[in-house]
Design a protein around this ligand. Structure first.
Ligand code: SF4
Ligand code: SF4
Length: 434
């Protein structure tokens, strides 16, 4: 085995790694010779100028070939971000994803991870992207990837459960959170063994009529008509109460105490190596956000998990915002139909309003239907994967099986999708922390 390796770092300014855009779009590449005991700069390679075909959502192969030709002699490449052409580079070069910084520093980071690089180079066509980013900073926490859609039935849970299974298969510690508490169905696919159940309640007012002096202050402050004054009696409507506590605070004689009202149940368990948490909202209950919050809070106490897959409720209202509000990346699942794209439009507006990074997965993609590509192109949103309209996927779904567990040939596509999503989420998280 060689003692030193040639590594290409993508850069625009000749000093720092390119940190806005893909490796293949770098102005030039800094080539370093990296060995166990030494790092030396070898020279520059100008990138080839290829007019990319933007309609190729999986990357233009001509561009990949041009980059491969420019970097013919190098063993590995490194960048802050790769595009879809990474799939064409990986079989011939080890690919490393890194934190932003100077080329000198990046070369030193590679040197300190040389053993890992050698292992990847030796794997040949079986290589995976080598992640050399430092997520150990305090407060970095788990990656939170939310799977959402503007409407139900687009394949959101299919994508979420597959991502969780792929993460587990790759040895990542992962928690799957089903926040679609009105109709949770992730458990039908992951089949967890539930080990804990607990009611989730909201504090609502209970009035001591003997102490009450009927001043009406509580009814006046309540924005939801959940407590009203009728003649000389105070009535409460717990179902309308939003638990703001306002009435308790204004009561001059402490006639109001807070008592719990159960809105649903939180269940937690294990699905193989996946930590599983979901909420079940009581039938007829409208207060989904508190239960969703409880599911999210529960996941925070979940030890050293490095990935959360959040299966969000459909739509664009309070429950989904509660579920995805702090996500590192939102994956919007759509289908290429007028209804699907209409709801995707609303979902994109919502995540933009919330300032959340987002990508799209197109489910039930047909080769002769470009409507989702054209729509996303217009909106400037990246499609990160397309899942074919395959009858066998629907049949597996109806049996309560995922693509990962029942359709071996999709494993590679799903792993690629997972890695791209993970890299994107991680990169944006690191940037926010810098
Ligand atoms: S807690 Fe808030 S919402 Fe509930 S009854 Fe009191 S004032 Fe109204
Ligand atoms: S604020 Fe207190 S005393 Fe006044 S009406 Fe309400 S419960 Fe009765």
């Amino acid at each position: 085995m060689k003692e030193s390796f040639l590594v290409a770092f993508g850069t625009d300014d000749g000093e720092t790694l390119r940190d806005k855009g893909h490796f293949g779009d770098s102005q030039k590449f800094g080539i370093y010779k990296i060995g166990k005991d030494s790092v030396s700069f070898v020279g520059w390679r100008e990138n080839a100028k290829v007019e990319e075909d933007e309609t190729q959502i999986h990357g233009d192969p001509r561009k990949a070939n041009a980059v491969k030709a420019v970097l013919k002699e190098v063993d590995a490449v490194a960048s802050v971000e790769f595009g879809p052409n990474i799939k064409r580079l990986l079989p011939v070069k080890a690919c490393m994803i890194m934190d932003p910084g100077t080329l000198e520093h990046a070369a030193r980071v590679v040197q300190s991870n040389l053993d890992r690089l050698v292992l990847e180079i030796e794997k040949g066509e079986q290589r995976k992207v080598l992640d050399l980013r430092d997520l150990s900073k305090e407060g970095s926490g788990p990656l939170r990837i939310a799977i959402a859609s503007g409407k139900g039935g687009t394949g959101k849970t299919t994508v979420a459960t597959c991502l969780a299974q792929v993460a587990e298969g790759l040895g990542h510690s992962v928690t799957y959170l089903d926040c679609d508490v009105e109709e949770p169905n992730g458990h039908l696919f992951l089949k967890p063994e539930i080990t804990e159940r607990m009611p989730v309640g909201l504090p609502v007012p209970k009035v001591d009529q003997d102490t009450c002096i009927c001043c009406g202050e509580c009814a006046e402050i309540c924005q939801y008509s959940a407590i009203v004054c009728v003649k000389d009696k105070i009535l409460t409507f717990p179902d309308l109460c939003h638990s703001c506590g306002g009435c308790v605070r204004v009561c001059p004689v402490d006639a109001i105490e807070e008592v719990p009202r159960t809105v649903g149940t939180l269940e937690q368990g294990k699905a193989g190596g996946i930590d599983f948490i979901h909420g079940r909202l009581n039938i007829g209950e409208v207060m989904a956000p508190p239960l969703i919050k409880a599911v999210r809070e529960r996941a925070k106490n979940n030890g050293n998990v490095n990935m959360q897959i959040i299966d969000a409720p459909p739509g664009t209202s309070c429950p989904v915002i509660t579920a995805i509000g702090d996500a590192d990346l939102v994956v919007l699942v759509t289908e290429p139909t007028p209804f699907g794209l209409n709801d995707l439009d609303l979902a994109i507006d919502m995540v933009r309003e919330l300032g959340l990074k987002h990508v799209v997965v197109v489910n039930r993609h047909e080769d002769d239907n470009n409507s989702a590509r054209e729509f996303c192109n217009q909106k400037g949103v990246e499609i990160i994967a397309e899942i074919p309209d395959d009858r066998r996927i629907a049949e597996a779904y109806s049996r309560g099986e995922t693509m990962v567990s029942s359709l071996e040939e999709y494993k590679g596509i799903l792993e690629d999708m997972y890695e791209m999503i993970r890299h994107k989420a991680q990169r944006d998280k690191v940037k926010r922390q810098v």
